[in-house]
Design a protein around this ligand. Structure first.
Ligand code: COA
Length: 171
C-alpha cells in the first residue's frame, strides 16, 4: 500500500476585509481584546468597522488586521493585528499588506501602539523592521479612569499602564 506524502504547509493568503468577514473579524477582536472597541493613544476605535485585511490558510480564516488613516492620509495606524494560526507567517503577511496599503494611499508613516505587557508583540514588530518611536507612559491608567473594565493585569501577569508606539516609514 502506498501512502501519499503529507501535504506541504500552505502559506497564508491575504485580501481586504469584506462584509462577509464581519463575524470572523469580530471573533478575533473579542478573543484578543475582549471587545470590538479598541483604545490607542487615548482614542477609541470601533475596530469592527475599520478597513483592513484578513489572512486565510487553505481557505480558512487565519487572522485579521484593521487600519485607520490619520492627518489626511499622511499616516496610517494599525489598530489591531490578530493571528489564529501562529508561527505560519500570518502576522507578517498581514503587516506587509498594511505597509503596502499605507504606501498606496501615499502615507509617509505607518505606526501602531502596543501595551507594555505585550513583550511578544514588541519582539515581533522589531523582527519585522519596525522601530520604537514613543513611550506613552501612564496613558492606559488615564483611559482606565473612564473605562473601568479595561483590565489591569495583562499578558504574563504584567500590569498594563503604558502604550509603546512602534513605526515604519514607508513614504
Ligand atoms: C503577534 C502576532 C500577530 C504574531 O502572529 P504570527 O502569525 O504568529 O506571526 P508570524 O507567523 O508571521 O511570525 C511569528 C514567528 O513565526 C515564524 N514563522 C513564520 N512562519 C513559520 C513557519 N512556517 N514555521 C516556523 N516558524 C515560522 C516567524 O519567522 C516569526 O518568528 P521571528 O519573529 O523570530 O522571525 C500573534 O502572536 C498574535 O495574534 N498575538 C495576539 C494578539 C496581539 O498581541 N497582537 C498584537 C497587538 S499590538
Amino acid at each position: 500500500m502506498t501512502t501519499s506524502p503529507p501535504s506541504p504547509l500552505q502559506p497564508p493568503t491575504v485580501r481586504p476585509i469584506v462584509a462577509e468577514d464581519a463575524a470572523q473579524v469580530r471573533e478575533d477582536l473579542l478573543a484578543n481584546w475582549g471587545s470590538t472597541q479598541i483604545w490607542s493613544l487615548g482614542r477609541r476605535y470601533d475596530a469592527d468597522r475599520l478597513e483592513g485585511f484578513v489572512a486565510e490558510i487553505d481557505g480558512r480564516h487565519a487572522g485579521s488586521l484593521t487600519l485607520a488613516l490619520h492627518d489626511g492620509a499622511w499616516q496610517c495606524e494599525v489598530i489591531t493585528l490578530a493571528s489564529r494560526v501562529e508561527r505560519r507567517g500570518v502576522g507578517a503577511a498581514l503587516l506587509v499588506a498594511a505597509e503596502n496599503r499605507a504606501r498606496s494611499l501615499g502615507c509617509k508613516r505607518i505606526f501602531l501602539t502596543t501595551t507594555n505587557d505585550n513583550v511578544h508583540a514588541m519582539r515581533f514588530y522589531q523582527r519585522r523592521g519596525w522601530r520604537f518611536s514613543a513611550l506613552h507612559a501612564g496613558i492606559v491608567d488615564r483611559v482606565r479612569r473612564y473605562v473601568p473594565t479595561y483590565p489591569l493585569v495583562g499578558l504574563e501577569g504584567i500590569e498594563i499602564h503604558d502604550e509603546i508606539e512602534v513605526e515604519r516609514w514607508v513614504g
